[in-house]
Design a binder for this molecule. Structure first.
Ligand code: ADP
Length: 317
C-alpha cells in the first residue's frame, strides 16, 4: 500500500506526476483536485487556472479515462445568490448546450455538486482577442479579415439556430491552439421564438450595446451585427468606437451615432465599419453580405494564422 509521504513531499507537492492521476492518493492532500461527475461517472483532474470571470473560475480539466483536456468553468454556488445571476447561468447552459460548430466553443457537459456548478467546455489555449490586443494594441487589416470572417461564420450558425448572442466582444472571441476563432459566453444570449420577434430587454449589460437595445425599442439579430462593427473598429484602431470616461457619455454617443474613424484605415475598412455601425438596424449589412464587402475582396487574407500573431505582427507576402 502507498502512503501519503511516498507521493507528496514536505511542501505538499507531488513527487511523481503519474501519482496525480490516482484519485485515491491525491484525494488525501486536496479533495478538490479531482472533480467527479456522478451522472456519467467521469473523474476530472484539475490543472492550471485558465482565467477568472465575473462569476466563474476556469481550470484545465483532464478526463482521467480518455486523457482529453477541457476547460472547466467552475461557478461557486455562494456566488449565485440573486435570481438574475442564476438565470444567467441557466440560460448560458440551456442555449450553449444546443450548439455545435467549428467557430463556437464546444459544449461538452455540465453538472453540479453541493458547492459548485461545472461547465465542461472545449479548451481554448490561446485565450481570447483581448489577450492578443494587450500584446499588439492594433492588428493588421489582413488579420482582421481572418478574424472577422470566422466570427461571421460562427454568428451565421448561431443565428441559424434562432439565437442572438448579444454580447459579442473581444473577450468572447476565444482562440484554440490552431488560432481558430471560437465564440463563447452565452450568458446574455436569447432564443428568438418566432420570426420577426423583437426582444425588449437584456438581463445584463452587453459590452458593445447597440442603440436599439439601449433605447429599448425592440431588438433582434442586428444587435450582433452592430457588435461585429465595434469589434472590427477595436481591432483596427486599438480602442472601441464609443469609449469615453463614463458609461453615461458612452451611451449618449451610441444614441447619437457619434464616433470617428482614424484617417489611416483603408477606404474599404472605413466603409464597412460605417455600414456595420448604422444607427438603423435595417441599414446594417447581413451576415451573408459582410464577406462579400470590398474590404474582404480587395486585400490579402491569410488562410491560417501562426500563434506568433498573438504577440507580434505577422509578415504577409
Ligand atoms: P464569467 O461568465 O464569470 O464572466 P468567463 O466565461 O468570462 O466567466 O470565463 C472566465 C475566464 O476563463 C475567461 O476570461 C477566459 O480567460 C477563461 N475561459 C473561459 N472559457 C474558456 C475556454 N473554453 N478555454 C480557455 N479559457 C476559457
Amino acid at each position: 500500500t502507498l502512503h501519503v509521504k511516498d507521493i507528496v513531499n514536505d511542501k505538499g507537492k507531488m513527487k511523481n506526476k503519474e501519482n496525480m492521476k490516482d484519485p485515491r492518493i491525491y484525494d488525501v492532500k486536496d479533495p478538490s483536485a479531482f472533480i467527479f461527475n456522478p451522472t456519467t461517472s467521469t473523474t476530472y483532474m484539475k490543472g492550471k487556472l485558465l482565467g477568472k470571470g465575473g462569476f466563474a473560475k476556469c481550470y484545465e480539466l483532464t478526463d482521467l479515462k480518455t486523457d482529453k483536456v477541457y476547460a472547466g468553468k467552475i461557478i461557486a454556488k455562494t456566488r449565485i445568490s440573486k435570481p438574475h445571476q442564476k438565470e444567467k447561468i441557466v440560460r448560458e447552459i440551456e442555449l450553449h448546450r444546443t450548439l455545435d460548430h467549428k467557430h463556437v466553443v464546444g459544449f461538452h457537459s455540465f453538472f453540479e455538486d453541493d458547492e459548485n456548478v461545472y461547465i465542461i467546455l472545449e479548451k481554448c489555449s490561446k485565450k481570447s482577442l483581448v489577450h492578443v490586443m494587450k500584446n499588439r494594441s492594433t492588428i493588421t487589416e489582413p488579420e482582421v479579415r481572418y478574424y472577422i470572417r470566422r466570427l461571421v461564420y460562427g454568428c451565421q450558425y448561431i443565428h441559424s439556430q434562432h439565437i442572438i448572442h448579444r454580447d459579442l466582444k473581444l473577450g468572447n472571441m476565444l482562440l484554440n491552439s490552431n488560432m481558430d476563432i471560437k465564440i463563447g459566453d452565452f450568458g446574455l444570449a436569447t432564443k428568438v421564438d418566432y420570426e420577426g420577434e423583437k426582444k425588449m430587454t437584456v438581463c445584463g449589460t452587453p459590452n458593445y450595446i447597440a442603440p436599439e437595445v439601449l433605447q429599448k425599442k425592440g431588438h433582434s439579430y442586428e444587435a450582433d451585427i452592430w457588435a461585429i462593427g465595434c469589434i472590427m473598429y477595436a481591432l483596427l484602431v486599438g480602442r472601441p468606437p464609443f469609449e469615453t470616461a463614463t458609461l453615461k457619455e458612452t451611451y449618449n454617443r451610441i444614441t447619437h451615432n457619434k464616433y470617428s474613424i482614424p484617417p489611416h484605415l483603408s477606404l474599404e475598412a472605413k466603409k464597412l465599419i460605417k455600414a456595420l455601425l448604422s444607427n438603423n438596424p435595417e441599414d446594417r449589412p447581413t451576415l451573408e453580405e459582410i464577406p462579400l464587402h470590398p474590404f474582404f475582396l480587395s486585400g490579402f487574407e491569410p488562410k491560417h494564422l501562426s500563434d506568433s500573431a498573438c504577440v507580434s505582427a505577422p509578415k504577409f507576402p
